[in-house]
Design a protein around this ligand. Structure first.
Ligand code: ZN
Length: 478
């Protein structure tokens, strides 16, 4: 029997509301300290909270997207503790009657294996303020006080640091795609606490918890460090203390913070200012039916429906806009593989090079389908199509107009091509001689000359055929 690694997560996600959970202050990030506050979020006497309906809606979307069971009602409770950035002296959260429990999320682990993580619960709570420790003393910014969060707690179903990172990346994609959160990591919109427990066959070591990780790379590194630390302790025969630790990014180590509190230490009790919230069934049902297709489901569907590779499906779904554009093209008759190659190649390349989003380009899927049809119909070459695409993306316009106005159409005119063939043969007697002497590759040079004379617009199949004809005639005359 091997030592088993059990990893569980508590993930805090800022909901994409315009205003705070219990007041109408803005949730916008990066504004001057204490400019987004009011008597409610500052906990001034006599102020009372009013629940933000949108926050509940977004929390429900998160719970439903994770297949959790939503309760008919939920209760807000006060989690009591003292900290300078928490002016009320308690955080409004949910313990005994959370919004939802028993969900699940399936994902593809870091080694390609399918894994399912059970979701223990999803509940709503408010964020605290921010303490800034400076040389002059501690400064407080209450702008974040009362920003709505959904906390997602998993069962300890993860087993490696790598899979934990992939799970978080997929979860982030899901929350973003369903509109629950913008999930801007750099603004701290997704933070997590990780629990890790190594269960050795000869008896377990204790759980440790690493708090408040703000990056997936940090999660993976902290977990690797903890696995090694637990293993060392087990080797020595030590039992580790059940403790909370912090991740020191610069030193690459976790450090003990304090012994872990239990929930009873917080003296949770129902908030008397907030009545029990009834989650109306038709409303929940309506929210459930409005949730867009989940990224994982979409990847599997793209593979199946369009015969795309897993890699292609992942790249497309990784940016929902690309997948939307691709599907629009396919529904308008484009060959799926060709459409996927264009979206992931030329289109994606353009977006990266210019730092723009697909929605900002003056190009529709219909325009691109038309461009592909023009290649198929030999109206333009594949090479010219790439130039036309750049004009479409930069200036807009239909491919037909661009090709016509700029004279980019493929030259398939028999007599014109025959004249060019004769011209090139006359200009390159040495090369023609080499070809006739058995050096077949010399023909490539002659084709290149014709393409150069036409700025790449000559129909390559016709050029090849006509050149071959002409050379064979010369051969015959010899
Ligand atoms: Zn406020």
């Amino acid at each position: 029997m091997e030592t088993q690694i059990l990893i569980g997560l508590e993930i805090h996600v800022a909901l994409a509301t315009k205003t705070k959970m219990f007041c109408s202050c803005s949730t916008a990030f990066g504004h001057p300290a204490n400019t987004q506050v009011c008597p409610v979020c500052l906990a001034l006497p006599g102020s009372l909270p009013v629940l933000n309906r949108r926050a509940v809606e977004l929390g429900l979307i998160a719970a439903l997207a994770l297949d959790a069971e939503v309760y008919p009602s939920m209760q807000f409770e006060r989690k009591n503790y003292h900290y300078p950035d928490l002016p009320k002296g308690y955080q409004i959260s949910q313990l005994g009657a959370p919004m939802a429990e028993r969900g699940r999320m399936t994902f593809t682990g870091d080694e390609g294996q399918e894994e399912t993580v059970r979701i223990r619960r999803a509940h709503l709570e408010e964020d605290a303020g921010k303490s800034l420790h400076t040389a002059e003393g501690t400064l407080l910014d209450f702008n974040r006080c009362g920003v709505p969060l959904v906390e997602i707690v998993t069962e300890p179903d993860l087993h490696t640091p790598g899979s934990t990172r992939v799970f978080l990346e997929d979860l982030r994609e899901l929350l973003h795609r369903t509109g629950v959160s913008e999930v801007r990591m750099e603004e701290g919109e997704l933070r997590c606490d990780v629990n890790i427990n190594l269960v050795a066959p000869q008896g377990g070591t204790e759980i440790s918890e690493v708090k408040n990780l703000g990056s997936f790379r940090g999660v993976e590194r902290a977990l690797k460090y903890e696995v090694a630390r637990h293993r060392e302790a087990a080797k020595r025969g030590d039992r580790l203390r059940h403790e909370t630790r912090h991740w020191d990014e610069d030193r690459g180590v976790t450090v003990a913070a304090r012994t872990k509190e239990e929930s009873h230490d917080y003296r949770y009790f129902p908030d008397p200012d907030l009545p029990t919230v009834t989650l109306d069934r038709p409303w929940v049902h309506k929210i459930r039916s409005s949730i867009p297709e989940r990224p994982r489901d979409r990847k599997l569907r793209l593979e199946k429906e369009y015969g795309l590779s897993r890699y292609d499906a992942e790249v497309l779904v990784g940016d929902g806009d690309l997948a939307d554009f691709f599907e629009e093209m396919a529904s308008r008759g484009a060959d799926p593989k060709t459409a996927a190659n264009w979206v992931m190649g030329d289109i994606s390349g353009y977006l990266n090079a210019h730092g723009v989003r697909l929605g900002e380009l003056p190009v529709t899927p219909t325009d691109l389908v038309r461009l592909l049809q023009m290649i198929d119909a030999d109206q333009i070459s594949g090479k010219i199509a790439k130039d036309v695409w750049l004009i479409m993306a930069g200036e807009g316009g239909s491919p037909d107009e661009i090709v016509q106005q700029r004279g980019l159409g493929q030259i398939s005119d028999d007599s014109l091509l025959e004249d060019l063939v004769s011209e090139v043969i006359a200009e390159n007697p040495d090369v023609v001689g080499q070809y006739l002497g058995g050096k077949v590759k010399a023909m490539g040079f002659l084709v290149g000359q014709i393409m150069a004379k036409t700025q790449g617009k000559a129909n390559p199949q016709l050029v090849n055929a006509k050149l071959k004809d002409a050379l064979e005639k010369i051969q015959g005359r010899r």
